[in-house]
Design a protein. Structure first.
Length: 298
C-alpha cells in the first residue's frame, strides 16, 4: 500500500476501484477504457491520490503477470541427468541437446532468483555439482567437459546470491565441490604418470629398434612412430586436463583453505594434505611445475 495515502482512505478507494472494475453495467458501458473511471475517482478522492493509487495497482498487476520462477528440486536434476545419459552422441542434434542440458544445470546452480525461491536450494546445488563433476563429466564429450570445467569459476568465486554474497554460500555444497575437485586432480595426475611411463616405454622401444637397425647394417629397417596425435576431436580423452583447468582446480582448493566456514576450511586442508600424501610432493609446486608441461598441452 502507498504509505502516503491514509489507510482508511485507501480502503474506501479500493472498494470504489473494485466496483468500477467489476460492475457489469460499467464494463458494458466503458469496456477497458479507464479515463471516465479515473475522472470519477479524481472528483471524489482528488487527482493526486487517485494517480498514486492506480499507479500502485498497475505495479501489482504487472508483478502478478510475471513468469513464475520455478522451484528446482534434486529430483529434477536426477531426471535431466538420466535424459543426458540416454541422449545420442552420434547425431548433431543429440550433441546439441546434451550441451543444452549441461548449460541448463549450470544455470540452475548459478541463477540467484531460482536459488532464492527454494529454501532448500543448497540440496539442489549439491546434486547438480555432484552430477556435473562426476557422472556427466565422465560421460561427456570433450567440448561438454570443457563447458563444465569453465563453469566452476562462476560457481565458486563469483556467483551472486540473493544474500548479496559472492561465491557458493553453503558449506554443504563446499563439501561436494571439494570432494569432486580432489577426485578430478587425482585422475589428472594418475594420467600424467601413466603417459610418462608409456612415453618412457616407447622411447626405450625406439632405442632398441635403432640398435637393431644399426646391427643389421643396411639389410632392412624396422619402423616405429613415437608421435602421438595432438588433434582434438569430440572424442578426445579428457585426461590429463589442460594446464589452466588444473590451475583452476588448485585455486578452488586454496580458496577454501581460507574459508570463513570452519568445516569447509578443515575439509579443504584435509583434501590438500591427502593429495600431497598420494603425490609425495607439494601440490602447489607440482601444479606450477606442470603449467608448461608438454603432456598437459597434448
Amino acid at each position: 500500500m502507498d504509505k502516503q495515502i491514509p489507510p482508511a482512505k485507501y480502503a474506501i478507494m479500493f472498494l470504489s476501484y473494485l466496483w468500477l472494475r467489476f460492475d457489469l453495467a460499467l464494463r458494458l458501458a466503458f469496456g477497458s477504457n479507464w479515463k471516465s473511471r479515473y475522472e470519477f475517482m479524481a472528483q471524489i478522492f482528488g487527482a493526486e491520490d487517485t494517480e498514486k493509487f492506480l499507479a500502485h495497482r498497475v505495479k501489482l498487476v504487472l508483478h502478478r503477470r510475471r513468469e513464475q520462477i520455478p522451484i528446482i528440486l534434486p529430483s529434477d536434476v536426477a531426471r535431466l541427468t538420466r535424459k543426458f545419459l540416454r541422449s545420442k552422441i552420434t547425431s548433431k542434434t543429440g550433441r546439441k541437446d546434451r550441451l543444452a542440458m549441461i548449460n541448463k544445470l549450470i544455470f540452475w546452480v548459478t541463477d540467484p532468483e531460482i536459488n532464492k525461491e527454494n529454501i532448500d536450494s543448497y540440496k539442489t546445488r549439491s546434486t547438480i555439482i555432484n552430477a556435473l563433476l562426476n557422472v556427466i563429466f565422465h560421460n561427456s564429450l570433450f567440448k561438454e567437459s570443457e563447458t563444465i570445467l569453465n563453469s566452476l569459476a562462476a560457481i565458486v568465486f563469483s556467483r551472486i546470491t540473493y544474500q548479496g554474497h559472492k561465491g557458493e554460500p553453503s558449506p554443504e555444497v563446499h563439501d561436494v565441490i571439494l570432494t569432486a575437485v580432489s577426485q578430478l586432480l587425482i585422475r589428472h595426475f594418475s594420467e600424467i604418470v601413466r603417459l610418462r611411463d608409456q612415453r618412457v616405454d616407447k622411447l626405450t622401444t625406439i632405442q632398441l629398434i635403432r640398435e637393431l637397425n644399426k646391427a643389421k647394417a643396411g639389410t632392412g629397417s624396422l619402423s616405429f612412430s613415437g608421435e602421438v596425435s595432438k588433434k582434438q576431436t569430440e572424442y578426445h580423452h579428457k585426461f590429463p586436463l589442460s594446464a589452466r583447468h588444473v590451475y583452476l582446480l588448485y585455486q578452488i582448493l586454496e580458496h577454501y583453505t581460507f574459508s570463513a566456514w570452519p568445516d569447509s576450511r578443515e575439509k579443504a586442508i584435509s583434501v590438500v594434505s591427502n593429495l600431497e600424501s598420494q603425490l609425495k610432493t607439494s601440490l602447489k609446486t607440482l601444479v606450477e611445475s606442470t603449467k608448461d608441461s608438454a603432456i598437459i598441452k597434448a
